[in-house]
Every structure is written in structure tokens, then in C-alpha cells.
Design a protein around this ligand. Sequence first.
Ligand code: ACO
Length: 326
Amino acid sequence: ERYVGILGIGSYVPETIVTNFDLEQKMETSDEWIVERTGIRERRIVAKGETTSDLATKAAERALADAGISAAEIDLIIVGTVTPDMMFPSVACLVQQNLKAVNAAAFDLTAVCSGFIYGLVTGSSFIKSGTYKKVLVIGAETLSTIVDWSDRNTAILFGDGAGAVVLGETSPGYGILGVDLGAEGAGGDLLKVPAGGSRMPTTLETITQGFHFIHMDGNEVFKFAIKVMGETVKKALADANLSAKDITCLVPHQANMRIIQSAAKRLGLPLDKVIINVDKYGNTSAASIPIALDEGVKSGRIKQGDIIALAGFGGGLTWGAGIIKW
Ligand code: ACO
């Protein structure tokens, strides 16, 4: 049996900070409302011309350096994203070129905010099966480019960033010990970008209507998230033959402080066992879990031997969790 672990991790967020006070100037909202309902205080936004593959490449370079391996050793690059530089080529192919990872296959994967967990499970399966030895999994997003900056229901929530991990074989008993993935296509309409695909190709009319922006039923997504976050962690724990009391640290998708608090409560975890940075970055979709995990590791809160639970949910609808012995 092969054990697959994270050999290196890195993340990158763009420099420009947009605070809630900045948003007060653009729309009918307040810092107080945003902090109370979401926990978000500020978010990072790409500069003009800065793309998802730029963020992904920087995070990947840091992960490679952390793992101490060269780009040429990478066999596969998977990027979870819903904000690719363009429809195609994939972000993964652009990153492959930037890194000169000449021996790597490359593809993007669409699971919205669950994209990193889906990528982690997919990438680790290639290593478990013996097909590949080193896989780069990246979550990278520039949601600021698909948000309607006049819509206070969505614009306050999102930010840009990227996180990356290098997966490879690790010591027996360590690494990814249990996983859970799920989807509920019936809820697809709750969170979507309606235009720009084959159902509604982009026209002047779709642009006028704002159908190229994120459309979301916030309340329904909130209810879904509350339900699914605890459940998916419990399923991944069962897959690992562990229980919630074994968790040293929970690294949840950073969408909303209230959703994070509810997940912690349902798992019986005190908040000091939860990595939280939603206040600084908002919801960076597929990037949020690897950015939070990177902060947890680099700050020393996550140490060797710890049992880490990663958990996310997102459009699709999708969800997923992973249990890792660090
Ligand atoms: N500023 C001020 N008031 C606002 C704002 C704002 N930015 N946004 C909404 N309001 C108003 C609403 O209009 C409403 O007013 P009304 O009662 O007069 O109609 C009132 O505030 C309450 O609105 P609710 O929607 O009930 O507020 P709620 O507490 O549910 O919070 C929120 C809304 C933050 C969107 C919450 O529902 C949420 O976080 N949902 C989950 C969203 C999410 O995580 N999406 C991403 C999923 S991951 C992915 O795949 C990308």
C-alpha cells in the first residue's frame, strides 16, 4: 500500500487590499454589516493584467521550493479553478509552461470552492495507483473578475488568491488517510455564472443583463453549507477509521465565519483548533483551503503528527473533505 502526503506547500495572494470601508464607497453596505454577517474585513484583488495562472504559478513555485523538488520532477498538474485565464488553454497548461514542468500532464478541474479537495483526491489517486510519483495540485482563483461590483449580495464575499501542494509518497501511516467527495447537481441553480457557455453564449444582451457575473441564492447556499460541512468531515473520518476527537486542526473553506463556527460546533471542536483567515482574504473559492493550510503550517500551528481535517463546499453543488496525518 502506498501512503500519499503533502511534500511541500505554498500560497500567494495579490498585493492590492480592498477593505470593507473601500466597499462602502462603491455600494450600499457597511463594515459593520459585512463583519457581523460574514467575518470578512478585507480581501485581495488582482492588479490589471494579473491573471489566475500568474497567482497559480507563484503559489506553485513556493510549494516546489518547500518540497525541495524541481519542476521537471512533476508528473501531473491539476488546477482547481472557475476563473481560468481564458476558456482554454487550461490554467494547468499555462502553469506547466511558466514552471517549465516539461514532463507534466496538465488539466483543470471544475468543482468551484471544492476544487482543491477534488484536486487533492484526484491527484493522490494517481500516486496510489502507481501511475505518477509527484503531482502538483493548485487551487487558484480571481473571483474579482466575475463579480458584479455593484451587487452587494455577492461583491462583499469574494477575493483572489492561490495555494498549491506537491503530493508524493510518504511514510506508512502518514499523509491522506481518509476522504469524502460529493455532489448534488439538483442545487446547481443556487450558485452559478449563467452566460459564457453553450447554454447561453456571450452576446451583448447577456452582458447587458449581467449574466456573465456570479449569481447566488445566499440563504440557500448558507443552509446547504451548514448541513454539509460537518457531514463530509464525519464521512472522511470514518474512511480514515478516526473520530472527531482525533482532529488536531480543522482547515475549512473560508466562505463565512458563521459557517466555519457552525462546522466547528457540529464536530465538537473549539475555535482554537480551527484555522481562520476569512477576515483577511474573504472567499477565495478553490484557493481558500490551501492558503489557510499554508498559513497553519508556516505559523507552526500545524506540526508533524497532527491530524488535519480539510473541508469545503461550493457551487455544483459540491463538497469534500480529507483527513491528513501531517
Ligand atoms: N450590506 C448591507 N446589507 C446587505 C448586504 C450588504 N453587503 N447584502 C445583503 N444585505 C441585506 C439584504 O438585502 C437583506 O435586507 P432585507 O432584509 O431588507 O431584504 C438583509 O441584508 C439580510 O440579508 P440576508 O441574505 O438574509 O443575510 P444573511 O445573514 O443570510 O447573509 C450572506 C447573507 C452573507 C450572503 C449569507 O447568506 C452567506 O454567507 N451565504 C453563503 C454564501 C457563500 O458562502 N457562497 C459561496 C459558496 S462557495 C462557492 O462555490 C463560490
